[in-house]
Write a protein that binds this ligand. Structure first.
Ligand code: FES
Length: 92
């Protein structure tokens, strides 16, 4: 079992609402809905999967962005990061 929180993401371009369960990564949840975000390391180190955030506050888990970039809360590493808010709106 996982202690993670489930959350939802909305895809800005289509309005689609996607559930990210506690046991899934955001990257996987997107892929299962046909939205492929380029990824490489899937460990938060390469920055390949960075995706724009239009609303909501990510819970940053990557080690790629700087502290200042994390504080801006305008991009999320979808391979490993989650959400502090019930909903994130992604620039996809
Ligand atoms: S795939 Fe490397 S940071 Fe997400």
């Amino acid at each position: 079992m996982s202690d993670e929180n489930a959350f939802q993401v909305r895809i800005a371009s289509s309005g689609a609402l996607i559930e990210v369960s506690a046991n899934d990564t955001l990257l996987d949840a997107l892929a299962w809905h046909g939205i492929t975000v380029p990824s490489s390391c899937e460990q938060g180190v390469c920055g390949t999967c960075l995706t724009g955030v239009l609303e909501g506050i990510p819970e940053h888990r990557d080690s790629y962005m700087t502290e200042a970039e994390h504080s801006a809360n305008d991009r999320i590493a979808v391979c490993c990061s989650r959400s502090r808010t019930p909903l994130l709106v992604l620039d996809l």
